[in-house]
Structures are given as structure tokens and as C-alpha cells.
Design a protein around this ligand. Structure first.
Ligand SMILES: *Cc1c(COP(=O)(O)O)cnc(C)c1O
Length: 474
């Protein structure tokens, strides 16, 4: 250490000195003291290390060092105070973006959560009789009504629903599945692994691209407990292909007395093909085709909270309700409130298409998308036109959430070319703004898809863009 560095170190403020600074005193009003003190210590350590490292620091001014310590402490405290889940402006055009929390809840679902979160509720009390009730009954009634199934059960997520169904129906016995359906969903959900965890034995039949009813029939033994169909949510096998339908499997099921299960993954209640999306059977259709158990997610195309929904024959669902695993997988009151409100929307399908954000975004009319893009571009030009070149270009959005992987709903993108910095640098900075902004980077442009942004978010998008472009970094 040089002599100069040594004398500079003596100019470094003490923790108490920083703590007495007005700006830091203000921080103490909204932040726990331990975090502020810790931040000061870390900041001073950092500055001290730098002073020691510098070979020729020159004489440092005491006031400058104090100012620097205060500024950096403030930034550090702000960093520590950030909530674990921060708001993100989703301009990726991926409607069910798993990394961004999948579905945004409808207004009625948000209100229901707010009610239940702030007050006591009748979670397990029947208010008519004053006796203990079940937490699920109203939601189950709605599911039965909407899907035409005999009975329903709700658990924590669809992975849990599949695990519970397999463990209840096939523990220690065999389950027949097509080789074309041994899917892996993001986050390490793999059908063979879930099967193993449930204690059921996987019997693969057919080939990757073609599986016929006769393949299932040939694999039947006394050990067979279940015929399983898994929706190939996030991939498609195209070309020379054949899969056996639920209806065919149900035929084999009634012939042999074996139950048929369909894990739909996304699962939805309204056919979206009139809006240009691929045709896929709804939950109601799969139930009508004869599936004995159907499982699907609450927060994929349904557009509700994270949940695993099981509908099917009463005798089978009753067995699942008695499985101790059901208690371990149970949903909390907030989820239940949000799910009931979401399902209620489906009683008026036309309205559901508007009031459930996931459905509204997926079914936006192309003229509306174009208007949205023009409006968004206007906001950005007005706020950050000096920093960004703004143009419109055609493109495609994505359904996401491992649903409809081949669908490419047409959209109009707002393309941004920063004048003063690189696109990757801009994208990085946009993840650090508050709220963060997530778009796509392509061809030296940042692309924003208005499909997944609300109109009332445009001014925020423009503001964080301006901030990211003009912010000075050290
Ligand atoms: C998404 C998916 C799951 C898992 O659902 P989560 O709600 O994410 O637990 C299971 N099976 C299929 C076919 C899926 O697409």
C-alpha cells in the first residue's frame, strides 16, 4: 500500500458518520435499520478495497468520499429492499410466459383474492349448518357444470394432479402410454419420472410417430391398471403420424373395465379456433369422449391461478380425495377464491373472452393489434424519440405455457433501434428498470409485441425505455 493510500484511508468516513447523513436518515424511515447499517458497512468495505488497490490514487477529499458512500449505500439499500417478485411489463408477445408467471388474473379473481386475503372466511365452515364443511365444494360444483364430468377435485398444480391420479389408480401396477407422448414439460416434469414417483410402472407402446389402438391392446396384462393419454403440449410430431384418440381408448376401457386418463396439460373450456388458433378438443369434449379422469392446469389457457384440476367419474375422484397425498397437495384459500371467480366467468363464455386476460390477449383482432402498436409507438416516440429509432413491423406472438406450440398469431411489433448503445445492452438495462421490461432482441432491434401489454402500460414502457437509454452507468 502506498503512503498516499494509507493517508486516504484515514479520510474514509466511519459507519456512524454515514448513518448521520440526512439522506441516510431518510432511508431509515422506510427500511429496517439492520439492512441500512449492513449496506453502509458493505459500501465502506468496497471503497476501502478500491483505495488500497489503486497504485496512484492521488489525495482524496473527505467530503467526496462521504458523498460517494451515501450514494452507494442508498443504491444498495434499494437493491436489498426489492421485493422478490417485481413487476414486469411483458412485451415478449408470449401470452402464457412461464418465466413471467403465466396467467394474469381477471378483475373478479383479483377482487376475490383481495377479499379473502384481508378477512376471515368460511374456508372449512358450512355457514348454513354451522358445522365443518369442505373447502372445495363450490369450485367443484362449477367444474362439474362446466365440463360435464361427474365430479371434480382441485390440487396445487397439474403436476400434482397427475401424480395423485397415477398414485391412486395405478400404484404398483402398469400404466400404458404411447411412446409419442412421453413428454417433458419445462421445470423437470417428465412423464416417466412422475410415473416412477407415483409408484406406477410405465409400459410404453407404439413408436414415436405412430401408435394404434392395437398397440395398447397387445400390451394389456393382468397387471394393467390404467390407459393414459398425455397431451404433447409443447411439441408436435408432424408428417407420417398416428395417435390413438381418447374415444378409441375409452372403447378399449369399457371392453376391459380399465379406466382411461387424459392429462391435457393446458386444458381449456372454450374452443379458440374461430379466432385463428389451432383446433384442439376442449375439456368438455374429452369428458364426452369417455375419459374417466382428465387433468389440466389452472394457470395455462384457463387463465386462472396456479392449480391442478381433476375432473372425472365420481367413484374415481372419491378415491383420490381419500388419498393422503391430497392433503399434501391441497390449495390455499387465495387460490381457491381466484379459481372460483375465474370459473364463474366461463358461465358467460362471450364475456370470459373479454374479462379473462389470457383469453382476451389470445383472441385480439388484427385491426386492434395494429392500433395498439401505433399507439405504443407514439408513446415511445414522444418520450424517447431522441434516443430510439421507432418503427413497426409484422411478426408473430406465441401462446406459450407449453400450449399450441405451432400457433403463430399474427401481430404488429414495435421495433426499436437505440442510437446511443447496443441492443443487448439496452435489453440488459431494461431488465433492471422498475418495472422491468421484457421484449425480444432480433436483428439488432429490440422488438415489443403490444399483444401482451395493456393500453394503460404504454406510458410506463415509454418511461422505462427513456430511463434505460439515458441512464449513466459506472
Ligand atoms: C404443463 C403440463 C403439466 C404440468 O402442469 P403444471 O400446472 O405446470 O404443474 C403436466 N402435463 C402436461 C401435459 C402439461 O402440459
Amino acid at each position: 500500500m502506498s503512503i498516499e493510500a494509507g493517508s486516504n484511508l484515514r479520510q474514509l468516513p466511519a459507519v456512524d458518520e454515514v448513518l448521520r447523513n440526512d439522506q441516510v436518515v431518510a432511508l431509515l424511515e422506510t427500511n429496517p435499520r439492520v439492512l441500512v447499517v449492513e449496506s453502509i458497512r458493505e459500501t465502506l468495505d468496497e471503497i476501502r478495497a478500491r483505495v488500497i488497490r489503486q497504485s496512484d490514487p492521488g489525495a482524496l477529499d473527505r467530503q467526496d468520499l462521504l458523498d460517494e458512500a451515501v450514494q452507494r449505500t442508498e443504491a444498495r439499500v434499494r437493491q436489498k429492499a426489492r421485493p422478490v417478485l417485481r413487476r414486469v411489463l411483458n412485451a415478449s408477445g408470449v401470452v402464457l410466459h412461464t418465466n413471467l408467471g403465466r396467467s394474469v388474473l381477471s378483475e373478479s379473481a383479483r377482487e376475490a383474492v383481495e377479499q379473502v386475503a384481508s378477512n376471515y372466511c368460511n374456508l372449512e365452515l358450512n355457514l348454513d349448518t354451522g358445522k365443518r364443511g369442505t373447502r372445495y365444494s363450490l369450485v367443484e360444483d362449477l367444474l362439474v357444470r362446466l365440463t360435464g364430468a361427474e365430479s371434480a377435485l382441485v390440487v396445487n398444480n397439474n403436476a400434482g394432479a397427475v401424480l395423485l391420479a397415477l398414485g391412486t389408480l395405478a400404484k404398483g401396477r402398469s400404466v400404458i402410454v404411447s411412446r409419442g407422448q412421453l413428454v417433458e414439460i419445462g421445470g423437470s416434469f417428465r412423464i416417466p419420472d412422475v410415473m416412477e414417483q407415483s409408484g406406477a410402472k410405465l409400459v410404453e407402446v407404439g413408436t414415436t410417430n405412430k401408435t394404434y389402438l392395437r398397440d395398447y391392446r397387445q400390451a394389456l396384462t393382468d397387471d394393467t391398471a390404467l390407459l393414459l393419454q398425455v397431451h404433447t403440449s409443447n411439441y408436435r410430431i408432424v408428417g407420417f403420424t398416428h395417435e390413438t384418440s381418447v374415444r378409441e381408448l375409452a372403447g378399449l376401457g369399457s371392453e376391459t373395465g380399465l379406466p382411461v386418463m387424459s392429462d391435457l396439460g393446458s386444458g381449456f373450456l372454450i374452443d379458440l379456433s374461430p379466432f385463428g388458433l389451432p383446433y384442439e378438443p376442449t375439456v368438455q369434449e374429452i369428458v364426452a369422449d369417455g375419459a374417466d379422469v382428465v387433468t389440466f392446469s389452472g394457470d395455462k389457457l384457463l387463465g386462472g391461478p396456479q392449480a391442478g384440476i381433476i375432473v372425472g367419474r365420481k367413484e374415481i375422484v372419491d378415491r383420490m380425495k381419500k388419498n393422503p397425498l391430497t392433503r399434501a397437495l391441497r390449495v390455499d384459500k387465495l387460490t381457491l377464491a381466484a379459481l372460483q371467480a375465474t370459473l364463474r366467468e366461463y358461465l358467460e363464455p362471450e364475456q370470459a373472452l373479454q374479462s379473462i386476460p389470457t383469453l382476451r390477449m389470445l383472441t385480439l383482432d388484427s385491426a386492434v393489434i395494429e392500433e395498439k402498436a401505433t399507439l405504443l409507438a407514439g408513446f415511445i416516440r414522444a418520450e424517447a424519440g431522441d434516443e430510439l429509432q421507432v418503427s413497426l413491423e409484422g411478426g408473430a406472438s406465441q401462446v406459450g405455457g407449453g400450449a399450441m406450440p405451432t400457433a403463430d398469431p399474427r401481430t404488429v411489433l414495435v421495433a426499436l433501434q437505440p442510437r446511443g448503445l447496443g441492443v443487448d445492452e439496452l435489453a440488459t438495462r431494461l431488465r433492471d428498470t422498475d418495472p422491468a421490461l421484457v421484449g425480444r432482441v432480433h436483428d439488432l432491434k429490440v422488438l415489443l409485441d403490444p399483444r401482451t401489454l395493456r393500453d394503460d402500460e404504454y406510458h410506463l414502457v415509454a418511461r422505462v425505455l427513456k430511463q434505460a437509454c439515458t441512464e449513466v452507468r459506472d
